[in-house]
Every structure is written in structure tokens, then in C-alpha cells.
Design a protein around this ligand. Structure first.
Ligand SMILES: NC(=O)c1ccc[n+]([C@@H]2O[C@H](COP(=O)([O-])OP(=O)(O)OC[C@H]3O[C@@H](n4cnc5c(N)ncnc54)[C@H](OP(=O)(O)O)[C@@H]3O)[C@@H](O)[C@H]2O)c1
Length: 260
């Protein structure tokens, strides 16, 4: 008899930051397909409709979903995300926390300013640290924390002084928290790091950047193309399952073999 219970997320509750569109929306739907209840988070007023559509799609799949407008940059918004998760959780637990929301603008070193530095670090690094702190009392043993990092953390792409630093910080955090939250909390903490993925963040890159990246994309070992959301989301979902319990503090490359 075929037994897929090790990859089921039946009855689990997940917060997916930045799940109104792009990779976050893909992850939210993928977790729901495996049985999880989802907090769909967005920040911009203009994304409310799209986020609501993701909620409806999840409810159609048959699990619970709740909309939560909150900025991970504002520490005072964290209780709203936690409360939303508790509203859809059957047992007062938040099993899965996905740190997906991020800013990803490019700027050469000479053009980096403090405002850009602060916004990116507040969203991509400070945000996940304090949201994790707020959610931790509700994460059970067997809980999962996953960061969406980026190939930028290791590739060394010109124009990514700030973004690459924040993503390298994400990869450092999973190694630290794997140790801090392992024995004490029974939680695993991992990163998935995509290469270029066809989402708004990618298409908003400036023309020169996209041109510079083209040779690398054509040389991607798995296939000569940018990644799709569907290439990434199932890998994130796997790291949320019971079958992935012996993986922690790791970075799973989801970049078609650009590097490992
Ligand atoms: N696309 C790529 O090529 C690529 C490659 C490697 C890694 N990544 C990483 O993958 C993740 C998702 O990227 P994506 O391309 O899917 O991005 P995206 O299409 O630009 O979507 C960003 C999402 O994050 C949300 N968000 C932004 N700031 C937020 C805040 N302060 N609080 C809460 N939510 C916020 C947005 O909400 P609104 O809709 O409300 O604005 C949106 O849902 C990011 O961590 C990114 O760094 C992307």
C-alpha cells in the first residue's frame, strides 16, 4: 500500500509572509494542497484583492485560510500575524513559519544609501527575527521555520550589495537557530534559495541587470530558463513535512544547479 503520510501537512497551521503573489502565493497554495491551514499575508493596499483570491483558492482546496494585512517591517504588526494563525489553528499551535516577504532592489555600491539599507534590512532580516520571536511560544516540537533566501547570498552578483547581504544573513540565521531551537524546542530551521524566478521582483529588475544575467540563465544546468514558482514551492513544502525531520540548518538550492 502506498503511504504518503510522511509528506502530509494535514491539520498543520502555517504563516507565509508575503503570500499575496509570487513565490509566497505558490508556497501558500502548495502547503494547503498538503492539508495545512494558511495565514495569507500581504502589505500593500493594492494587493488586497490578489491576496483575497489566494485565500479563496485555499478554501476551495478544502483547508482554512485567513487574510492578514501586516508589514514584517513593523514589529507592532507581529501580534496580528500570530493572532490570525491562532484563529485558524485547531490546537493553538503554529506549526510552520515561512519567512518569504522581502525587498530586493539592486543598487551599485556607490548608489547605496541609508534608506535603502534600512528598508531592506528591516524587511529581510529584522522582520523575520522579531516575527519568529513572537511566534515561538506557539511553535510545537516538530515545528518548522523556513527562510526563502536567494542565490544572491552566494553568487556575488554586481549591484546586490544590500540584497545579497540580507540573504546571506538569512542563511546565517538558519544555522544559528538550528542549534538554538533544536534540542530545546524540537524545531528545524532551513533555507531554500532560489535563483532567478519569474515573479514581479524579477521583472522589476532594471533592464541592464536582466541583460547581464542572461548568459548565466542560459547556462543553468537543469534548463536554460528562469525558474518558475512551481519549481520552488514543492521544495519548501517538503521541508515542512515530517519526512524532512533530519534536515536542519541547511540551505536547499532551488536554482536549477546554478551552484550548490
Ligand atoms: N523572484 C526571484 O527571482 C527571486 C530569486 C531568489 C529569491 N527570491 C526571494 O523569494 C521571496 C519572494 O520573492 P518574489 O519574487 O515572490 O517577490 P514578489 O513577487 O516581489 O512578492 C513579494 C511579496 O512580499 C510581500 N511583501 C513585501 N514587503 C512586505 C512587508 N514589509 N511585509 C509583508 N509582506 C511584504 C508582498 O506583498 P504585497 O503584494 O502586499 O506588496 C508580496 O506578497 C523573497 O524572499 C525573495 O528575496 C526571489
Amino acid at each position: 500500500m502506498v503511504d504518503f503520510s510522511g509528506v502530509s501537512l494535514e491539520g498543520k497551521t502555517a504563516i507565509v509572509t508575503g503570500s499575496s503573489r509570487g513565490i509566497g502565493a505558490g508556497i501558500a497554495l502548495q502547503l494547503a494542497k498538503r492539508g495545512a491551514n494558511i495565514v495569507v499575508n500581504y502589505v500593500s493596499e493594492g494587493s488586497k484583492e490578489r491576496a483575497d483570491e489566494i485565500v479563496k483558492q485555499i478554501q476551495k482546496i478544502g483547508t482554512k485560510a485567513i487574510l492578514c494585512q501586516a508589514s514584517v517591517m513593523n514589529i507592532q504588526d507581529n501580534p496580528r500575524l500570530v493572532d490570525a494563525a491562532l484563529q485558524i489553528s485547531k490546537d493553538g499551535k503554529i506549526d510552520i513559519l515561512i519567512h518569504n516577504a522581502a525587498l530586493g532592489n539592486e543598487a551599485d555600491l556607490k548608489d547605496v544609501n541609508v534608506e535603502m539599507y534600512n528598508s531592506h534590512f528591516d524587511c529581510n532580516v529584522r522582520g523575520p527575527i522579531f516575527l519568529t520571536q513572537a511566534a515561538l511560544p506557539y511553535l510545537p516540537r516538530g515545528g518548522r521555520i523556513i527562510f526563502i533566501s536567494s542565490a544572491a547570498a552566494r553568487l556575488g552578483v554586481a549591484g546586490q550589495t544590500v540584497y545579497a547581504s540580507t540573504k546571506a544573513a538569512n542563511e546565517a540565521l538558519v544555522r544559528v537557530w538550528a542549534k538554538e531551537l533544536g534540542h530545546s524546542h524540537g524545531i528545524t530551521v532551513n533555507c531554500v534559495n532560489p535563483g532567478p524566478v519569474a515573479t514581479d521582483q524579477w521583472f522589476q529588475s532594471d533592464e541592464q541587470f536582466l541583460k547581464d544575467m542572461q548568459p548565466m540563465i542560459e547556462a543553468t544546468p537543469a534548463a536554460p530558463r528562469v525558474g518558475e514558482v512551481e519549481d520552488i514551492a514543492p521544495l519548501v513544502a517538503f521541508l515542512c513535512t515530517e519526512d524532512s525531520k533530519w534536515t536542519t540548518g541547511s540551505v536547499l538550492s532551488a536554482n536549477g544547479g546554478l551552484y550548490n
